[in-house]
Design a protein around this ligand. Structure first.
Ligand SMILES: Cc1cc2nc3c(=O)[nH]c(=O)nc-3n(C[C@H](O)[C@H](O)[C@H](O)COP(=O)(O)O)c2cc1C
Ligand SMILES: CCCCC(=O)C(=O)O
Length: 362
């Protein structure tokens, strides 16, 4: 492989060479058998494209708005924890990469830079991901700080009442780095397993339930999106409790193993939502064709997790930027070769899933 990666998967190979095993395993890994981890990527490979020909594609427009905020493409940076384990400057560089690409960044509740450092580093449009701690005042204060620092939405992660069983982290005795974002020690007793998991077990509130959405909405004016919806039942409930958006996600296959690949759950949710709120998507996006497939199945935009972290690991801000640029370039080419000059030209008819009508041979 030459020095300069030609696709985002090559950044993962470089990151594996560059990182200590404990950190690489934390970033790359999934839970238990890692069945869903493989499926998140493999399910995209089972979806084929149905391109249309002889359309004028001399101009391709990928720009759109997400919750009213302009973005150069329907691609966002997913919130992922602890970027200083990937690069000494951490989330500040990720934010700069988002700003350079004119895409929206999701900041994790567990970053290694503070909300204020990230906010003052550049003018990227940012959404804030929220975990609810047993000490609710900590989470409430984070929401206030995010709001005060110009974050535009709250992404409430709802698939993590407890942290999934990530066996590599258990074996590696994964550390829980001091997170200077909140005034709370991450010190835990050495139980022999993942200290990160032990910290989460001590601090995350597993009693969080539907009634708490009203609490969250009462403490912020920002739109609230639920991150981690996989079923039509929960999509309908989410709309009933008044959320402003839904993110179809299985947390990058790090939580419950044997849930479906997110691309296989997307359409069920989209059909239940019936356009009432935006549906975003993450999990397994590694190619522009993957972005195109998610849009064809009804996502308004996709978020990208691991590839951005691996870009950051190997080449800092430049690497994170290149990852987004490569996905944008690939999406642009996919749109051209499929006869879709704008995002609204991408329809369900442009993809074929294995479950679709068997008479169609494409
Ligand atoms: C290393 C890592 C850390 C993550 N940390 C968080 C987090 O703090 N909060 C959260 O809601 N999701 C977190 N996620 C899940 C991502 O937001 C996203 O759902 C997932 O990475 C998408 O899958 P992909 O990595 O295949 O793109 C994390 C994922 C990874 C890989
Ligand atoms: C304890 C959770 C840490 C952040 C996270 O959500 C993840 O690693 O997936």
């Amino acid at each position: 492989m030459g020095d300069e990666p030609v696709n985002v998967k090559e950044y993962q190979i470089l990151a594996k060479q560059a990182l200590p095993k404990m950190y690489y395993d934390y970033f790359a890994g999934g839970s238990e058998d890692q069945h869903t981890l493989r499926e998140n990527v493999a399910a995209f490979q089972r979806i084929t494209l149905r391109p249309r020909i002889l359309v004028d594609v001399s101009k391709i427009d990928m720009s759109t708005t997400i919750l009213g905020y302009k973005t150069s493409a329907p691609i966002m940076i997913a919130p992922t924890g602890m970027h200083k384990l990937a690069h000494p400057e951490g989330e500040v560089l990720t934010a700069k990469a988002a700003a350079a690409c004119d895409v929206i960044m999701g900041l994790s509740f567990m970053p290694t830079c503070t909300i204020e450092e990230v906010a003052s580093s550049c003018n990227a449009i940012r959404f804030f991901q929220l975990y609810v701690f047993k000490r609710r005042e900590i989470s409430a204060l984070m929401v206030k700080r995010a709001e005060a620092n110009g974050f535009k939405a709250i992404l409430l992660t709802v698939d993590t009442p407890k942290v999934g069983r990530r066996e590599a982290d258990i074996k590696n005795k994964m550390i829980a780095p001091q997170l200077k974002n909140f005034d709370m020690s991450t010190e835990v007793d050495d139980s022999g397993g993942s200290k990160l998991e032990a910290f989460a077990a001590r601090s995350f509130d597993p009693s969080l339930s539907w009634k708490d959405i009203a609490w969250l909405k009462s403490i912020t004016k920002l739109p609230v999106l639920l991150k981690g919806v996989l079923t039509r039942e929960d999509a309908v409930k989410a709309i009933e409790v008044g959320v402003e958006g839904i993110i179809v996600s299985n947390h990058g296959a790090r939580q419950l193993d044997y849930v479906p690949a997110t691309i296989n759950a997307l359409e069920e949710v989209v059909l239940a939502v019936q356009g009432r709120v935006p549906v975003l998507f993450d999990g397994g996006i590694r190619r522009g064709t993957d972005v195109f497939k998610a849009l064809a199945l009804g996502a308004q935009a996709v978020m990208v997790g691991r590839p951005v972290v691996f870009g950051l690991t190997t080449k800092g801000e430049y690497g994170a930027r290149r990852v987004i640029e490569m996905l944008k370039d690939e999406l642009e080419l996919t749109m051209a070769l499929s006869g879709c000059p704008t995002l609204s030209d991408i329809t369900r008819n442009h993809v074929r899933m294995q479950s679709d009508n068997r008479h169609c041979r494409m």
